[in-house]
Design a binder for this molecule. Structure first.
Ligand code: HEM
Length: 361
């Protein structure tokens, strides 16, 4: 099983395995689930990486490093931290919301005061850091809340501004309450989907799911090597998705071919999109043309049904966001749909949509 697939599967899709395996196990289970989501978002095993969250007089600092030599892991950490710095700068805090399954304290003020905060990525020997600086008192207070919460939830070390002395990492036995326990000041996003046991592939009952997920993970991981243009046609879309990297070019071709087959077979494949349910439901009204270009594919999809055309066009924009921003865009979409695993009720979230039961208009 490819490492990337494991990460994505165990995280966005298979959180239930950790969360649901033992709802009664409390703190350890909640922490294990958080570790899985962290691995999904950051691309590295959380148990063999070290987080540090410092509240500093002029802001804060997030550090993440691998514990041992792992050049691929170090590269993934640096990429993640760069992407996080850019997302935070634009006021997008959905990745930490995904990892912690709640709005992280301080995040909304940091988003609102974003023009007064600078985020700088710096590489460190086994990972990197994001340095956060502000002179705005409200933003400073929010950054400190954000750091204190992160330190607590990740059981991580870091500098506490009030004490101005380093806090050692917590022992796991001192884990805070299970993430399913509501805490003041934040919106809980745990729902029935989280309590179901088993990984998503298992629940989906689709053996090809893992292979498709593995390819998607590769595309998300190396999204910045993918170029994409979308032309909106009166009755559909024409998209060109390519990469100069032959490995990625092959993944693009495979992904599109496999997704087209899934569409024909009504074998829904979705973790977060609001538009795919309409597309799958109306598959018989879609005409698809796929032309390989040597570096990827040109895809044309048209329909005589207005709602289907709208869904195709909206989905094409979703794919462009995934190609532009990678995992950050996927996390945003997961959270916009009520969190992973169908937490919005009525099949509104990712879980419901994956199973094809979560149709949204
Ligand atoms: C960087 C990441 C991704 C890239 C580059 C990518 C690329 C593409 C492309 C080129 C298409 C053809 C439609 C179009 O061009 O608009 C497509 C369709 C599709 N993708 Fe992805 N994709 C990515 C991630 C995902 C993810 C995360 C999922 C779901 C878990 C997914 C599921 C689908 C499905 C179901 C279709 C078929 C939709 C249709 O035929 O209208 N893709 N993708």
């Amino acid at each position: 099983m490819a490492r990337g697939m494991k990460a994505l599967l165990a995280g966005v899709l298979g959180i239930a395995a950790a969360a649901g395996a033992a709802g009664a196990q409390g703190a350890d289970t909640g922490f294990a689930a958080l570790q899985e989501r962290g691995k999904t978002a950051m691309g590295v095993d959380q148990y063999t990486s070290t987080h540090q969250f410092d509240a500093l007089p002029d802001g804060g600092r997030i550090e993440l490093q691998r514990d041992g030599d792992d050049s691929a892991g170090v590269a993934r950490i640096r990429k993640h931290l760069r992407e996080i710095a850019a997302a935070f700068k634009s006021g997008d805090f959905t990745t930490p919301a995904f990892v912690h399954l709640r709005e992280v304290p301080g995040a909304s003020v940091m988003a609102a005061r974003r023009s007064r905060i600078t985020y700088t990525f710096n590489p460190l020997p086994r990972g990197g850091e994001v340095r956060i600086v502000t002179t705005d008192p409200d933003a400073l207070k929010a950054i400190r809340e954000f750091m204190a919460f992160q330190r607590h939830d990740h059981q991580a070390g870091g500098m506490d501004h009030d004490a101005m002395k380093p806090e050692p990492p917590r022992e796991q036995s001192l884990a805070p309450a299970d993430t399913s326990t509501p805490r003041p000041g934040g919106r809980m996003m745990m729902g029935r989907g989280m309590m179901m046991g088993g990984g998503m592939a298992q629940m989906h009952g689709d053996s090809a799911f893992a292979a498709d997920m593995s390819i998607v993970h590769e595309l998300l991981q190396d999204h910045d090597a993918i170029t994409r243009t979308v032309t909106l046609l009166p009755d559909g879309i024409r998209t060109v998705t390519e990469s100069d990297n032959p490995r990625l070019a092959a993944y693009i071709v495979q992904h599109v071919a496999s997704m087209e087959q899934r569409l024909r077979d009504s074998s829904v494949f979705n973790v977060a999109s609001r538009t795919l349910p309409t597309i799958f439901q109306n598959k018989d009204r879609i005409r698809t043309g796929i032309e390989p270009t040597g570096k990827g594919v040109v895809l044309t999809q048209t329909s005589d049904d207005a709602a289907t055309v709208a869904a195709l066009q909206a989905h094409a924009q979703e794919v462009s966001e995934l190609a532009r921003e990678g995992m950050v865009a996927l996390m945003r979409s997961v959270m916009a749909n009520g969190g992973p695993m169908g937490m919005a009720g009525n099949g509104g979230g990712a879980m419901g949509m994956l199973g094809g039961t979560g149709h949204r208009p």
